[in-house]
Write a protein that binds this ligand. Sequence first.
Ligand code: NAD
Length: 372
Amino acid sequence: MNFLYDGAINEVAGIFMRGKFRKVLFVADEDAYRVCGADTALESVFEHCLVSRFVGFELNPKLIDIQRGIEVSREFSPDVIVALGGGTAIDLGKLIGSLSVQSADSPDIIRGSDTITQKGPPLIAIPTTAGTGSEETHFAVAYIGDKKFSIAHEFLLPDHSIVDPQLTHSLPARITAATGLDAFCQAIESIWAVGGTEESTDFASEAVEIAVANIVQAVVEPTPATRMAMCRASNLAGKAINISKTTAPHALSYYLTSRYGIPHGIAVALTLTPMLTYNADVCENDCADPRGAEHVQRRIETIVKLLGASNPREACERFSEIVSKIGCPRSLAEAGITTTDQLQNIVSSVNEQRMLNNPRKTTSASLIELLS
Ligand code: NAD
């Protein structure tokens, strides 16, 4: 079941009662839990349960933390997992719950050389950022060393998502900006994605509309209404990419995060406008979408209109203005990435699967040219 309203955290009690849950593995971002205000509702539910707490992990799920969590889960054998935090905690909850019941080795599943075959314990996802939309997706991100993997399986989709915008009131401006940009870019990419459908485009268009109207105020002068709006945008963007998947800006972002420590959403936004310009010039010869270049052009027009612009160049300006108003770098150069060597490293470490979902085909040379 999915809930999205102020106070939705109180739904956890009913879910526990209906599921008769008694042994809970609580995967929580401690910093977020301390400040987000979920403790009153959750601790009163946990009082009646055996609770194992998995905390103290690094941001962006690392193999070592996943393996540590799997050991805890196998020993404790929970009948439910509650994951609370940003995308890191929710993806860890997905991976720990699911990988702890597989017979295959976790690194093999993460690398894609083996697969998930069993469903793990029920998962309740409680996001405290707005956000990744991970509560609505069947994906989880994991890092082995510098390399990022996206694991996709229907068993990774949370059984319940509790989106309580009040839990995001404690987010500082910089995290509101970075996570809001993630949702904003996911939604834009979803509209032009090869994997996009009418349904995903409807979710994504609504998400872009809401983000355009609310992201600046949510960062600069947040109100309960703008927090609620960004939670809706993020949740809709999650529903959209759950169908369409993401494209080039995401494919290019992972190295920026792992090598330079640029927060995920900010890293994605750095290449959004060059890719918008590039994708707008799609023609039949380089179109990756079997529906053809005209279809892609129509999708780009949708994005341009949603950004309140009349052509792709203006749309890029509009997007850059928003990024600048929320205090984030507008380009790779502004983020300190200026040399050809740096660009080559970014391009050579690109996530190829996500790149194939971009509507216009790319080559290493075309990417370096457009990012320069
Ligand atoms: P995050 O989980 O990495 O957390 C970022 C920071 O925000 C942390 O310092 C955390 O303590 C803090 N924080 C979280 N909630 C807070 C709150 N309410 N108040 C104060 N501080 C708070 O950030 P994220 O951007 O939500 O997640 C990023 C991760 O999600 C990346 O690993 C990314 O690859 C992944 N992701 C997954 C999916 C998916 O579908 N599975 C989609 C997009 C991104």
